[in-house]
Design a protein around this ligand. Structure first.
Ligand code: PLZ
Length: 449
């Protein structure tokens, strides 16, 4: 059994002992191909055996430096001590009653924590769900019933999930939407302030993008038909786009002026990832509703909608729920993850990650013309890869770079509307030496392109 121990006990080292993927992973991949639907893709074709701290070990004994955290989930590290301790105790006490049948304390405790941790000192309530997409769906339900309006405004490059409603809210066709329509109605998409790609340049991007967005909402939808404006404070799957400063406050103010519920989707950016508990704190935004998932529970499936009590209470009793939403083991894990974030001050650790990584990425951008932009905050950083001499996206070079990193023991993820962004999402507990070594691997891979 000790052989299977992951968590922080795992040796914190990069170790490549076979070709990647190794023979055991290749064997398992053949079984996956025969039994798992092709729609479930694979970023790095190795099978995980153990993971913890800043590394992931595969079935062939290779140990990868983890710059992905399972897509921004294991901020506290895999199998973090407090997560395992609390979830194990809960597993032994009971696994499920269904909160709608007989409630339990951990559910309430998570909602109490969310009220404390999310921005704003107004009265707050929460409802818990299983996945990010489910949280977003419920935020929309709540906003619609509160406002008695139907339209939902989302943004270019936005990502909100893969269910029917959240596919409609998501911007990118391939792979998320292609062939899966028809999509839910009353969803309207407007421009976002993407500084690197704003046609008139980054200087007036915030103002111009906000003006265009507000004009489109006013002229094409009608502000008083809009139930909610939904935005990721740092757009994740769209390419780690930080909206130009000033954009979010203007949109939030427009929502406030027009009785529109402002929803921050912090599913990827939340829970210390960007160096603050929530990314919208960066510009002092206080959302009416906030959706969270991913980092909230150290890898267990849990999601939440948190917001102004009067909005959250708009849905009638029995109008929200689900069999598993706020499962007690997932809630116990979340309490362990929150305890870890607090005790280790993981927001500060995320800022330290930025301090180490960003200057190094900027230096690489100076050396390699394929890096068009370096951006992000905390431990949510990215480089955008382009054809040298211009800004034409280069998804091929991005994929080649990712593959080279994988083969040399660094787990990296790509993202972006144009598939040309390499993102860095290390666990917030990663050793500084591993961070630096991961950057060395990246640098070598760039040199070998
Ligand atoms: N909102 C901002 O980032 C999930 C998607 C990976 P679920 N992002 C990772 C993939 O290819 O499916 C995400 C997000 C934001 C909502 C979601 C959806 O969260 O837990 O995947 O449903």
């Amino acid at each position: 059994m000790t052989e299977m121990t992951g968590g922080p006990a795992l040796p914190q080292e990069r170790r490549v002992v076979t070709s990647v993927p190794g023979p055991k992973s290749q064997e398992l991949m053949a079984r996956k191909q025969a039994s798992v639907a092709d729609g479930i893709g694979t970023v790095m074709p190795v099978f995980a055996k153990r993971a913890g701290g800043g590394v992931l070990e595969d079935v062939d004994g290779n140990s990868f430096i983890d710059f992905g955290s399972g897509i921004a989930v294991t901020g506290v590290g895999n199998s973090a001590e407090a997560v395992v301790r609390r979830a194990t105790a809960q597993l032994e006490a009971f696994t499920h009653t269904c909160v709608m049948v007989t409630p339990y304390e951990p559910y309430v405790e998570v909602c109490e924590e969310l009220a404390k941790l999310t921005p704003g000192d107004h009265a707050k309530k929460s409802a818990l769900f299983n996945s990010g997409a489910e949280a977003v769906e419920n935020a929309v339900k709540i906003a619609r019933t509160y406002t008695r309006r139907q339209a939902i405004v989302v943004f270019d490059h936005g990502y909100h999930g893969r269910t029917n409603l959240t596919m409609a809210l998501t911007s990118k066709n391939m792979p998320y939407k292609h062939g899966f329509g028809p999509f839910a109605p009353e969803v309207y998409r407007v421009p976002v302030a993407y500084p690197y790609r704003w046609l008139t340049g980054p200087e007036n991007c915030a103002e111009e993008a906000a003006a265009q967005a507000i004009d489109q909402i006013s002229k094409q939808v009608g502000a008083d038909n809009v139930a909610a404006i939904l935005i990721e404070p740092v757009l994740g799957e769209g390419g780690f786009i930080e909206p130009a400063k000033g954009f979010l406050p203007r949109i939030a103010q427009f929502a406030k002026d027009n009785g529109i519920v402002f929803v921050a989707d912090e599913i990827q950016s939340g829970f210390c990832r960007t160096g603050q508990w929530f990314a919208c704190e960066d510009e002092n935004i206080v959302p009416d509703l906030i959706t969270t998932a991913k980092g909230i529970a150290g890898g267990m499936p849990l999601a939440a909608v948190t917001g102004r009590a009067e909005i959250m209470d708009a849905a009638h009793s029995g109008g929200l729920g689900g069999t598993y939403g706020g499962n007690p083991v997932a809630c116990a894990a979340a309490l362990g993850a929150i305890e870890t974030m607090r005790e280790m001050d993981l927001a500060a650790r995320a800022r330290r990650v930025e301090e180490i990584m960003k200057p190094r990425l900027q230096k690489l951008a100076g050396q390699y013309d394929v890096i068009g932009d370096v951006r992000g905050r905390g431990a949510m950083l990215a480089i955008e890869l382009v054809k040298p001499g211009g800004k034409e996206p280069d998804p091929q070079v991005t994929a080649a770079l990712a593959k080279a990193c994988h083969q040399d023991g660094l787990l990296v993820l790509t993202t972006g509307t144009y598939g040309n962004v390499m993102r860095f999402l290390p666990p917030l507990v990663i050793d500084e030496a591993l961070l630096t070594e991961g950057l060395d691997v990246l640098e070598n891979a760039l040199a070998g392109l």
